[in-house]
Design a protein around this ligand. Structure first.
Ligand SMILES: NC(=O)c1ccc[n+]([C@@H]2O[C@H](COP(=O)([O-])OP(=O)(O)OC[C@H]3O[C@@H](n4cnc5c(N)ncnc54)[C@H](O)[C@@H]3O)[C@@H](O)[C@H]2O)c1
Length: 347
């Protein structure tokens, strides 16, 4: 499957181009490429003037933005020039942020190279850098004009990073595509095998279906005043786990998988979430290799991180829960229940 989907996000067009081969790095016109060291190594030659950042969240910083903006300035770029990110979510987020502030908004193309960035970070318009010890505290809303999706990149992606993206795909299917959810359940064992990453046709289909789910939620509520918040399923608990462990021990997907199971457990405790549905989702995450319980993290640390997150959002944090597959709602939870659920997720 190849082709293009055109989405309109808050009045701006995003063209998502699907291709099976590796995209060529187009050096015509005024453009600036941004990579991290790992994704730069995926290309035999880098375009002149490219910015190569160190891999990892610490690069998603003001210093990183400054180096991109300085390189753009040195290349004599204008508002009509294009910033091109070739990397995972970290590179997509920081490049998009830099493009959004350069001369009040330059062109932006994203070439996501990790599964997580293909199905989530590259699409939807959120740009961000980390600030003051908080993830994604500073950012803008700036959808990319073009997003080029090529699963050919995934053959070099470490399995753990691939699974991290898969956890987000499962979450999207739980929110909005029952048939995708069922096919993930059928193929769970095969998905963890290396051969799966070479199956471009299958991956393109799964990535596209995931993007279509995200597009529905984002299209209805671009600035997250309503249903877009459902996309945070698993993220309130998951973010607590990530923050309590310094964003180093767990991948984003591992935290989201754990958080989603916590959300289902909370729904079960309230008598709202269907028993079979919760059990089936737990089985799926386990088959994909995500532990239902984590060890070596004190519950108090996770709860403290969740509390800090809540303060940052001025107390306006609701938990995303599900009654059943594709049946989602937001709810305030009592602190005692949150504590019980977090404690139950720890060995
Ligand atoms: N803007 C959004 O809507 C949104 C949504 C979700 C996540 N994010 C952000 O995305 C980031 C996480 O994304 P990520 O998981 O892609 O992290 P990442 O960009 O840090 O990539 C993970 C690792 O994989 C490496 N890598 C990427 N592609 C590779 C490839 N093809 N082959 C070999 N190595 C490769 C990277 O160098 C890095 O070491 C976070 O910063 C998160 O905040 C943003």
């Amino acid at each position: 499957m190849t082709g293009t989907d055109i989405f309109s996000i808050d009045g701006r067009e995003s063209h998502v181009v699907y291709t099976e081969g590796l995209p060529a790095l187009d050096e015509s016109g005024e453009s600036l490429y941004v990579f991290d060291r790992n994704t730069a190594a995926l290309f035999s030659r880098l375009p002149e003037g490219s910015v190569v950042l160190e891999p990892g969240e610490q690069s998603k910083s003001w210093t990183g933005v400054e180096s991109i903006l300085k390189a753009a300035f040195a290349r004599g770029m204008s508002r009509d020039s294009v910033f091109i990110a070739a990397g995972g979510g970290m590179i997509c987020d920081i490049t998009a942020f830099a493009a959004s502030v350069f001369m009040r908004g330059a062109g932006l193309r994203l070439i996501p190279t990790s599964l997580l960035s293909m199905v989530d970070a590259s699409f939807g318009g959120k740009t961000a850098i980390n600030f003051g010890g908080y993830k994604n505290l500073v950012g803008t809303f700036y959808p990319a004009g073009t997003i080029t999706i090529s699963p050919a990149f995934l053959t070099s992606l470490p399995l753990r990073e691939f699974l991290s993206g898969l956890a987000e795909i499962v979450k999207y299917a739980m929110l909005g595509d029952a048939s995708l959810y069922e096919s993930l359940r059928e193929k769970a064992a095969a998905l963890t095998r290396a051969e799966c990453r070479g199956d471009a046709g299958f991956l393109l289909d799964v990535i596209r279906r995931t993007l279509l789910i995200k597009a529905r939620f984002v299209g209805e509520d671009p600035t997250e005043k309503g249903v877009r918040a459902y996309l945070n399923l698993g993220h309130t608990f998951g973010h607590g786990l990530e923050a309590a462990t310094g964003f180093e021990r767990f991948t984003h997907g591992e935290a989201v998988a754990w958080g989603t199971l916590r959300a289902l457990d909370a729904g079960r405790e309230l008598g709202i979430t269907g028993r079979d549905y919760a059990a089936g989702a737990a089985r799926l995450f386990t088959e994909l290799g995500f532990p239902a319980k984590v060890s070596g993290v004190p519950a108090a640390e996770i709860l403290r991180a969740m509390e800090k997150d809540k303060k940052k959002r001025l107390g306006r944090v609701k938990f995303v829960l599900q009654r059943n597959l594709c049946d989602t709602f937001c709810e305030n939870l009592e602190q005692a229940l949150v504590q019980k659920i977090v404690e139950r997720g720890i060995v």
